[in-house]
Design a protein around this ligand. Structure first.
Ligand SMILES: [Zn+2]
Length: 83
């Protein structure tokens, strides 16, 4: 048998206000822009160009990413829209 009581507690939560692009340094508060951010996070392994066991992180807006990978990306337009 459970014996419970009701109580009030204050909980602190974080709310995302902005995303800042590490390339162009712009701040975005539009939810549609924020959802299109790309977060890169990995740890370099043995022989990594970034350094052995070096943790790498960056946040890139969709506009900078498009410029950065222009000419090398493949696209499959509406691949999820097929019925
Ligand atoms: Zn950017």
């Amino acid at each position: 048998m459970k014996i419970e009581e009701t109580f009030f507690e204050t909980v602190e939560k974080k709310k995302l206000l902005f995303m800042a692009c590490d390339k162009c340094r712009k701040y975005y508060d539009d939810p549609y822009e924020i959802q299109e951010f790309h977060q890169i996070s990995f740890t370099g392994g043995y022989g990594s160009a970034f350094g052995d066991m070096t943790k790498i992180e960056c946040d890139i807006c969709q506009h900078c990413l498009k410029v950065m990978i222009n000419g090398i990306y493949r696209e499959d337009y509406h691949q999820y829209m097929e019925i």
